[in-house]
Design a protein around this ligand. Structure first.
Ligand SMILES: [Zn+2]
Ligand SMILES: [Zn+2]
Ligand SMILES: [Zn+2]
Length: 273
């Protein structure tokens, strides 16, 4: 699998859209890897995990080609991860010349409800030749062309998923917006080998919510994955979905996480899994 991080920031972005804290001001001044769009990931140019409000921005530099998009996998319905209104732009006359099959949207039942609510019945009908929806059930593997995706329980409000994404014998664990995994998720992962972990680290230093993870949580997750043989020395572990509230720009984040063998994802990072 060829992975490209389109966004590695939390809901408000980094710098936060209206924020003028020292970290956001420094990120604006220094640019580069300090700029984090809303979290999403493109796999093989075909499978998009989460539909962020920054997808248009992602496509502007010519490095992201959405012409081959076939599957859209949604972790949960918070607006930073599922910017529903964008779906309308898949149909004519907003998208012309695209020679693609209907795009499949995959996620929990709440994803369909949100689509119907935001788009309305008339728009859903207009979109039908361009889009279809399939509901995924917790812990049930589901084929998406060459991929098998399995939704695992996240700790992040109702209906939020972590995904295990497999292709050609390689496995990626992708968690956006989750606190420390519930036991059912640990049970499912026991004995399964993961090649690449990409995990929520919204505020590496402290978190005032159960719904996201700190660096401490990530260290515990990584250790437990090793203990239960879901990870090995070959497993790559990256943290993502960073908020500005830690005050840490990219480089100090890297220095801090490196001590624990955890890499820091950044927008535009490409990984071969
Ligand atoms: Zn800020
Ligand atoms: Zn969320
Ligand atoms: Zn989020």
């Amino acid at each position: 699998m060829h992975i490209r991080y389109l966004g590695t920031g939390s809901a408000e972005g980094f710098p936060g859209v209206f924020c003028q804290c020292p970290a956001c001001e420094a990120a604006r001044a220094e640019g580069g890897r300090n700029i984090r769009r809303r979290a999403s990931m493109l796999i093989d140019g075909a499978l998009l995990v989460d539909l962020s409000p920054d997808l248009l921005v992602n496509s502007l530099d010519g490095k992201v080609d959405l012409g081959g998009l076939q599957y859209l996998l949604i972790t949960h319905i918070h607006a930073a991860h599922f910017y529903v209104s964008e779906l309308k732009n898949l149909r004519t006359p907003y998208a012309l010349g695209a020679d693609r099959e209907r795009v499949g949207v995959f996620g929990g039942a709440a994803v369909r409800t949100r689509m119907e609510l935001v788009l309305g019945a008339e728009e859903m009908e207009r979109l039908a030749p361009f889009l279809y929806f399939e509901e995924l059930k917790l812990f049930e593997p589901h084929p998406l062309g060459p991929y098998t995706v399995t939704p695992l329980q996240a700790r992040h409000g109702k209906g939020a998923f972590i995904y295990l994404i497999e292709k050609d014998g390689r496995a990626l664990l992708y968690g956006n917006d989750t606190g420390f995994f519930p036991e059912e998720t640990w049970d499912y992962l026991t004995g399964r080998h993961i090649d690449f972990v990409s995990m929520d680290c919204t505020n590496p230093i402290h978190s005032d919510t159960q719904n996201h993870m700190t660096l401490e949580d990530n260290i515990t997750v990584k250790r437990r994955l090793f203990q239960q043989k879901s990870a090995s020395a070959h497993t790559r572990y990256l943290a993502t979905h960073f908020s500005h509230t830690s005050g840490l720009l990219h480089r100090p984040l890297e220095e801090r996480l490196r001590l624990y063998g955890i890499g820091v994802a950044y927008d535009g990072l490409e990984v071969e899994v």
